[in-house]
Design a protein around this ligand. Structure first.
Ligand code: ADP
Ligand code: MG
Length: 323
């Protein structure tokens, strides 16, 4: 089982940022409103993610580290309409097989927190307010071949920050802080109210991004597309400011990229890449999120429907008179 977990880990965990992404998914699934990430050596030495979510009761803590243990879906039918970020129940088990993992958690109604050592299985009382901290130390310590492929700490840190950025754009209602080697490197405060999403875009991508983009809001049948489309002048040489989400999940999707790109076709020249943040919302039964271990790819039941909706949404934004 250890070996199978390590093989699964190879699919899910490529680098520290992969761990960060999985831990963020879990914290958000637990209803966190404030998330603090602490890193050391770009995440290779330490990744600690602290949330103020529901917590895990002590009887469930060991189960959370077991393969295919998920508290989120009970049936295949539910998988069709999965509303949580996680559902495969492999992330913690996989991470535990390739790093030193500790779970510190306090669920509602518990008089104290509990700490589980992922290696020894020892469970002991601890101190903490409500929520969970997952601590991951010495990533790939048992898989030297993997460790060799890691880049410099600065590069791994940049990937970790990017992972948080992707989640943060979709969840302005949650506050995020990132610390590296004891220094605060990013902080995005919780936003509320009507312009929460725009405020978060400005915080994460800069005031310039917001100022040089147009609101997208379009509904085509059962597909809704919202977000911001950058003005042609804001285009970049690299596609590093293209954020696409399907039902709140960050995705890399050819249909969306192509649809957005074609809306810009007549206004962008050469190899310039549009910038955008697009949120595609549709009936969960019309999209399969279980096609890739990291869930970064999705499959639409009707790709054309999504393509048209995105294309029209961006077309419409680009044609709108500039305020
Ligand atoms: P999945 O997210 O696919 O269910 P994971 O391996 O990521 O699988 O997590 C296993 C289980 O551990 C989750 O289903 C959840 O019950 C519990 N869990 C993990 N992280 C947290 C957290 N931050 N807060 C509360 N529960 C958590
Ligand atoms: Mg998970």
């Amino acid at each position: 089982d250890e070996l199978i977990s390590q093989i699964a880990a190879g699919e899910v965990v490529e680098r520290p940022a992969s761990v960060v992404r999985e831990l963020l998914d879990n914290a958000l699934d637990a209803g966190a409103t404030q998330i603090t990430l602490r890193l050391s050596a770009g995440g290779v030495r330490l990744i600690s993610l602290e949330d103020d979510g529901d917590g895990i009761v002590p009887e469930q803590m060991a189960t959370a580290l077991k393969r295919h243990a998920t508290s989120k879906i009970a049936s295949l039918a539910e998988l069709e309409a999965v509303g949580t970020m996680g559902f495969r129940g492999e992330a913690l088990a996989a991470i535990n097989s390739i790093a030193e993992l500790a779970l510190l958690s306090r669920a509602a109604g518990q008089s104290n927190a509990w700490m589980l050592d992922g290696r020894t299985g020892e469970l002991k009382p601890a101190a903490r307010a409500g929520g969970t901290t997952v601590e991951v130390k010495e990533l790939f310590f048992s898989v030297p071949a993997r460790r060799k492929f890691l880049k410099t700490d600065a590069t791994e840190l940049a990937h970790c920050i990017e992972a948080v950025r992707r989640h943060a754009l979709a969840r302005p209602d949650v506050g995020f802080a990132i610390w590296h080697e004891g220094k605060l490197v990013e902080q995005w405060r919780r936003q509320s109210g009507e312009d929460a999403r725009d405020r978060r875009v400005a915080d994460v991508l800069g005031e310039d991004f917001l100022a040089n983009s147009i609101a997208v809001d379009h509904r085509a049948g059962a597909v809704r597309v919202t977000g911001r489309a950058g003005l042609p002048d804001a285009a970049r040489s690299r596609a590093d400011q293209q954020f696409a989400y399907v039902n709140g999940r960050f995705v890399r999707d050819k249909v969306i990229v192509h649809a957005a790109r074609s809306a810009y076709e007549d206004v962008l020249h050469g190899h310039r890449q549009p910038v955008y943040v697009l949120f595609v919302e549709l009936d969960p039964a019309r999209v399969d999120v279980n096609v890739h271990p990291t869930k970064i790819e999705v499959r639409f039941r009707d790709g054309r429907e999504v393509h048209q909706a995105v294309r029209h949404a961006v077309d419409q934004a680009l044609a709108a008179p500039r305020a």
